[in-house]
Design a protein around this ligand. Structure first.
Ligand code: GTP
Ligand code: MG
Length: 610
């Protein structure tokens, strides 16, 4: 413990001490055992630690990971190197990089300040944490480089995604369904290096504008920081010119107490067009001056104007906005939900992967459900179970203290309790992950999407405010629908796919497709959920384009109790009964869907003929 305190005092600047004090107080006073209670950092503390880590780091392009001892010995003259992480970016050929973390910001700054420009190439002389390590033929330097190195690389090829075949083998080898879900999460989530690099990308933008705006802050948000990110996920970034903690009303009040006031340009009356103009300039600046930034695209007419770009030194796609404060606070809420119960993230990862493999989600925007909406479905499900696993957003808002008050420029209230101790929520629900997964599919198989909306604020379904196919109340702007883009057809697909999944999983839970001696050899458990067997999946186009297939052809007639000669023979009578019951239920639903479609067609026809 003493070592931890010393380490913290040495390593973190004064801005971080309150967070560490809180951390130590909790560690010293907690009655719970350290082994089963993971420390929960608030979102702000986590963000500050990561930002601090970024300011103490540099990224150096090298010949290969073999250059590490030479680089280490060279950079050790600027300060103490705490950690080193190697990764590769595939361009025309492999390019190698090493992220070095120093013990302090000053040491990293010393290394950057001592860096030189390449005289042989004409380049814009911009400072940034992205450097390269020049080869040398100097005998003295080579001798020094050859000295034994105490440091070790923490990771090599640290941004490489796990190969799908390897992942499948790992999942096959997992002894239980619960283990499979955990392995999937552990082996596909964004790793520490991925987060470090994303904070460095943010720092680069922040430093680029800091001459004119010394308090500017570029905050990563979205899946890069909310704990729901996969390896290789995009970086969402919000750039603010003036405040340290975005939207903090108290900071603003304190700032108003000063008597020497900056003269400043007046804001245009139309804030939106002002933001668009500013973003245009920022886009030009990124394009012209920042090393590594390429393919800058300005999407300024969107509801939230953004600049998209690619970062070549990290192989990273970035979406930069300046006005998406609600998106930022939503990430904070998602982070908190993920921290509140350790089952939330593994469950969401499994459901996201299932949705991806059956084509419910798609990386390009369209009429399908997004990963964010899908995550909302998972959170809502966990709020409404008998013994809730997550609190409602209304409850979080009620627990807000004066320090938690946040207002966006548009006056949207984003105040909610942020301190886990003050929120004081703990769930009595101990249901296993595999059971929750099955319950999730069953819950949405039964959900009345036609008449009910999903409200994470209330944690229960509410009456649907309009005719959108899928209605998820936007938690922070409650008059908006998060899933407004989802078409009726995609919503029907969701209904059918959750039913298919419940069907597959039910037989997996009750009658695993593998005996104990076979574990590790064949696909089983969640892998059966991730199979895309086109022939076995019933899709809504079968109703909307009825000539392609008759639905009735897919099932036995209701009157035939005995299986027809071509039907599957079930060895287990329970499975047989279950399959028959699911089929009967599906037949009823299909009939209802056809009736609905027919009624809708008649209504449309009547409207057109009027
Ligand atoms: P991936 O990019 O798919 O990895 O997930 P993501 O969580 O980063 O989603 P996305 O990039 O689409 O959005 C970034 C963040 O913006 C999300 O994590 C949310 O916090 C927030 N967000 C996205 N859509 C909405 C919305 O409709 N309303 C609100 N309030 N926030 C949103
Ligand atoms: Mg994102």
């Amino acid at each position: 413990m003493i070592y931890a305190i010393m380490h913290c005092l040495l390593r973190y600047n004064a801005r971080q001490l309150p967070a560490w004090r809180k951390h130590l107080k909790r560690t010293c006073t907690s009655r719970r055992t350290a082994t089963n209670e993971k420390e929960k950092l608030t979102f702000n503390d986590m963000m500050q630690q990561r930002q601090q880590q970024a300011t103490s780091s540099i990224v150096v392009q090298v010949q290969s990971e073999k250059s590490f001892p030479e680089l280490y010995n060279y950079c050790a003259s600027y300060g103490q190197i705490l950690s080193a992480h190697h990764y590769r970016v595939q361009h025309e050929d492999d390019q190698h990089y090493i992220l070095l973390e120093f013990a302090s910001t000053q040491e990293a700054t010393a290394a950057i300040s001592a860096s030189v420009y390449n005289d042989e190439l004409s380049g814009v002389p911009a400072h940034s944490p992205f450097l390269w390590f020049k080869a040398t033929s100097s005998k003295r330097a080579l001798k020094a480089a050859a000295q034994a190195t105490t440091g070790l690389l923490n990771i090599t090829d640290g941004t490489e995604k796990l190969d799908n075949f390897v992942l499948n083998d790992l999942l096959c080898a997992a002894p239980t369904l619960d283990e499979q879900i955990l392995v999937l999460h552990q082996r596909t989530q964004l790793n520490d290096l991925g987060v470090r690099l994303r904070f460095l990308a943010a720092l680069q933008v922040q430093q680029a504008v800091s001459g004119m705006f010394p308090y500017a802050n570029a905050h990563p948000f979205g899946s890069s920081v909310n704990g729901f990110g996969k390896m290789g996920c995009d970086l969402d970034l919000i750039l603010r010119f003036d405040r340290e903690v975005v939207g903090d009303v108290n900071l603003k009040k304190r700032a108003n107490e000063g008597r020497l006031v900056f003269h400043a340009k007046e804001n245009l009356t139309n804030g939106r067009s002002q933001t668009q103009r500013q973003m245009e300039i920022i886009g030009d600046m990124l394009h012209l001056f920042l090393p590594g930034v390429s393919h800058v695209r300005r999407i300024l007419q969107a509801r939230v104007p953004i600049i998209k770009y690619h970062h070549e030194h990290m192989s990273l796609e970035v979406d930069l906005s300046m006005s998406n404060l609600t998106g930022y606070y939503m990430s904070e809420l998602l982070y908190m939900f993920g921290e509140l119960d350790e089952r939330v993230r593994p469950l969401t990862f499994c459901i996201r992967r299932w949705a991806q493999t059956c084509g419910l989600t798609n990386p390009s925007p369209g009429r399908w459900i997004t990963n964010f909406s899908l995550t909302c479905l998972v959170i809502f499900f966990l709020q409404q179970v008998k013994k809730p696993i997550l609190p409602t957003i209304n409850a979080l808002m009620k627990s807000a203290a004066p320090d938690d008050i946040r207002l966006t420029e548009d006056g949207i209230n984003c105040s909610f309790g942020r301190d886990f101790e003050r929120i004081g929520f703990s769930s009595e629900n101990t249901v296993k992950l595999s059971e929750l997964l099955l319950e999730f599919f069953e819950f949405y198989s039964q959900f009345d999407f036609q008449n009910r909306a999903i409200s994470l604020n209330d944690g229960r379904p509410i009456a649907k405010p309009d005719h959108s196919a899928l209605y998820i109340v936007n938690p922070l702007e409650q008059v908006l629908n998060v899933s407004k883009n989802v078409s009726l057809e995609e919503c029907e697909r969701l209904r059918i796919e959750v039913r298919n999944a419940a069907w597959v999983l039910e037989s997996e839970v009750e009658h695993p497709s593998q005996t104990e001696s076979e574990y590790g050899k064949a696909a089983w458990g969640v892998l059966n959920l991730f199979k895309t067997n086109e022939r076995s999946i019933v899709r809504p186009h079968m109703f909307f384009k009825p000539r392609m297939v008759e639905v009735s052809d897919l099932f036995e007639r209701p009157t035939s109790v005995e299986p027809s000669p071509s039907a599957v023979e079930f060895k287990n009578s329970i499975t047989k009964l279950e399959v028959q019951s699911v089929k009967a239920q599906a037949r009823g639903d299909f009939k209802q869907m056809r009736l609905n479609a027919a009624a809708k067609a008649t209504a449309t026809k009547a409207r057109h003929s009027r």
